[in-house]
Design a protein around this ligand. Structure first.
Ligand SMILES: [Zn+2]
Length: 79
């Protein structure tokens, strides 16, 4: 691994833009697609989506705030 690769890997690991973006990256493609559908569907509550993600073992805060921020665009991953 070149020095530049190492530095950019280090930069990436320190910079956690958004847990929801991390999860979308981490999930298998079909699950990620379904999560995106749920995120786009206003009938699905932040807390319901959060609960499912927590059940899958993701470290999402149970108050649903991270999912809410991602949905309303105030998280950093859309900057
Ligand atoms: Zn986000």
């Amino acid at each position: 691994m070149g020095l530049l690769d190492e530095i950019s890997a280090e930069t990436k690991s320190r910079h956690r833009p958004c847990i929801v973006a991390d999860i979308l990256d981490d999930l298998p493609i079909e699950d990620a697609r379904e999560l995106q559908v749920a995120l786009d569907n206003a009938a699905m509550t932040h807390v319901a989506i959060t609960r499912v993600l927590v059940n899958r073992g993701y470290p999402v805060a149970p108050n649903g705030k991270q999912v809410a921020n991602h949905r309303n665009g105030s998280c950093q991953c859309r900057a």
